[in-house]
Design a protein around this ligand. Sequence first.
Ligand code: ATP
Ligand code: MG
Length: 216
Amino acid sequence: MITFALSKGRILDDTRPLLSAAGIELADDPDTSRKLILATSRPDVRIVIVRASDVPTYVRQGGADLGLSGKDVLMEADTEGLYEPLDLGIAACRLAVAVPEATDYAALIRRGRRVRVATKYVQTARAHFGLKGVHVDLIKLYGSMELAPLVGMADAIVDIVSTGGTLRANRLREVEVIAPITARLIVNQAALKTKRDAILPIIDSFARTVATLARP
Ligand code: ATP
Ligand code: MG
């Protein structure tokens, strides 16, 4: 049995064509079903539905053999024991620094005082500002990062941006891109050895579909 860890929402919506091409159709609709383990059209493949930020943990600990995860989540996670064999090129966005429209960002990070940064991506933000020699006080949030500067709780945020619509709606401005983000296929290293014959064809199928989608 192959167990695949997925999160509802963006990643699942965007990767359904990849799953279908690998012959994996969900037996239940994850948006209406309360089941956490979903059977698929393949008797040897099941899907577990977990929080986006928990996908790397399930795969690393062997609760799942394979998973689909955003690079933003992987950058924050402990990826020891994980392979990341494939960039799926979907759910594309970027991890960026944003500040209120009126903020002079260059002056903000030059002034030598600590900069208050609100984010869900604490490790990644710490590493980014550390490399720039900017001292930051990180404020861990679990969502709606855009709110923090508006209520005076932070000077900047680090969040994923796709169209920039949410930033604009909250009068924030993107000032720096930390990393481009796409969804990745991740694999438990031990499972790849013990279940090689089942896992490799799935990776190959995903790779072929990704190549087809990338073609203009
Ligand atoms: P949770 O609800 O468990 O806190 P989440 O809110 O991060 O997780 P999603 O919003 O479904 O869950 O995002 C999952 C992943 O999809 C993100 O980690 C990111 O890689 C990608 N993603 C999220 N929003 C966008 C977007 N607007 N455009 C492109 N990719 C996105
Ligand atoms: Mg979300």
